[in-house]
Structure formats: C-alpha cells, structure tokens
Design a protein around this ligand. Structure first.
Ligand code: APR
Length: 234
C-alpha cells in the first residue's frame, strides 16, 4: 500500500493549504517567497515567512487523518507514506516510514557548505541566520519552485507506487509535478487508485474511485474497517 498526501490532510489541524479559498498562495506571492532567487534577493523576507509558518506548525497537533494513516501502517505488511507536506505532522502522529518529497520546515542548512543547522540563530539584530561553520546563508530545508526534489527520496516513492496494489491520494490538488505523477504511475502498474479530497481534482477522472469528504473523517473510517476486517479473519 502506498499513500500520497498533500496540504489537505493538515487543513483540519489548522495548517493553511496553498490553493484553497484561504490558501497561502492567495495571500502571499510564491515568486517572492518560495524560490531560490527570491531568497538570495531578500533572505529576511523569506525567513520572516518561514518563521511564521514554523511557529504556526509548532502550535498545531496531528488530526485523526494523520493518526489513521499511522494506524494503517501498523496493520499493513508493506506500507509507504509519501508526503508533499513539510509540516512533520505525519511523524508526530506516529508514522514511521515517511518519504518527504518537499523537505521539512523544521530543518535548515547552509547554502555554501551544506552544514545542517535546525536551530539557526536569529537575534533582534540578526534577521538572517548565518552558518556557524562557514558564515554562509542558512536556508530552510524545503524544495522551492524550480528546484529538484531529493532524488533518492523521489526514486523510493516512485518504486513504492510501482510495487503497491492499493494507492491512496489524499488532500492534494494533484497539479504539482513530479509528485502528481505518482497516482498514475501506480495505476499503470496495476494498483487500484483511490482519491480522498473535499472536491474533485484534475486527476479525479482517471482515479478508480474518488471519495469526496474530509481526510480526518474518511481515513479513520478506512482504518476502522481494516481493523474490523482483521478481527473477522482471526
Ligand atoms: N480533507 C481532504 N482534502 C482537503 C481538505 C480536507 N480536510 N481540505 C482541503 N483539501 C484539498 C483541497 O480541495 C485541495 O485539492 O486539499 C488540496 C490541497 O491542495 P493544495 O493547496 O494545492 O496543496 P498540495 O496539493 O499539497 O500542493 C502541492 O504545491 O505549493 C506547493 O510545495 C507546495 O507541497 C505543495 C505543493
């Protein structure tokens, strides 16, 4: 089993999505905040925005959708969770095998020497953190527009999509590639593909099934039915 998640699964925890009505990209301009050139042009603005998101994420908790996937992982022999989210909520919900395609907002590193520094030192004076090793600029460890995904992580996700017999696509608008290619890779490899979303997406017509509703309501039902099926089989 392989599951792909997007911002929609964290919406019920209070983390804004990107393209929904109150989505981040409705309020903020991705070209000013989520690409490398913008970061070099104005690192203070970009860090201000990531610190605002870091704080928001630190003050929320995983919701029943995250918890249900962690439960399902315990029940399924081979389970891979692939997420586009950088909020770490799957891990906080207890998921073990999580492939983070777009990085993790709690991590950061030096653009020059690559040294990792998850607690960059901000002070009143210093709004732009510097590397303690080489003095280079520290950036959030997230994948920005125009950047490559971490190759090994994407290859593992692609392989899991090709191997699985059941693929769930949860809370994603399915328009950002290469993540959005995974449901169809799974389908072409013979998997049964189910989408869970509060509305139809660009890929709904090609899914085997689309379940319209909140991830935090549908996934616990799926976990429960798997638990009761197991009881029947025992
Ligand atoms: N349950 C299920 N689906 C939901 C819920 C919910 N409670 N709330 C919203 N959704 C759906 C929306 O209908 C939408 O289709 O989640 C989707 C969120 O889509 P986006 O905001 O586009 O987020 P995502 O698909 O994760 O974006 C992909 O784009 O901006 C970049 O790097 C960023 O990882 C992100 C990538």
């Amino acid at each position: 089993m392989c599951v792909l998640t997007g911002a929609g699964i964290s919406a019920e925890s209070g983390v804004p999505t990107f393209r929904g009505d109150n989505g981040l990209w409705k309020k903020f301009r991705p070209e000013e905040l989520a690409n490398f050139e913008a970061f070099i042009r104005n690192p203070e603005l970009v860090w201000e925005w990531y610190n605002y998101r870091r704080q928001l994420i630190e003050n929320v908790i995983p919701n029943p959708g995250h918890v249900a996937l962690a439960q399902i992982e315990q029940m399924v022999q081979e389970f891979t969770l692939v997420t586009q989210n950088v909020d770490d909520l799957h891990r906080r919900a207890g998921s073990k095998r999580v492939l983070e395609l777009h990085g993790n907002i709690q991590r950061s590193y030096c653009v020059d020497c690559g040294a990792r520094d998850d607690r960059p030192d901000f002070t009143e004076e210093r709004k732009i953190p510097r590397c303690r090793t080489c003095g280079g600029l520290i950036r959030p460890d997230v994948v920005w527009f125009g950047e490559m995904l971490p190759q090994e992580v994407f290859e593992e996700a692609d392989a899991a999509a090709r191997r699985c017999d059941l693929f769930l696509s949860v809370g994603t608008s399915s328009i950002v590639y290469p993540a959005a290619s995974l449901p169809m890779v799974a389908k072409q490899s013979g998997a049964y593909v189910i989408e869970v979303n509060v509305e139809r997406t660009d890929l709904s017509g090609r899914m085997d099934q689309t379940l319209i509703g909140k991830a935090g309501e549908i996934l616990p039902l799926l976990a429960e039915s798997m638990i009761s099926n197991r009881r029947v089989q025992q």
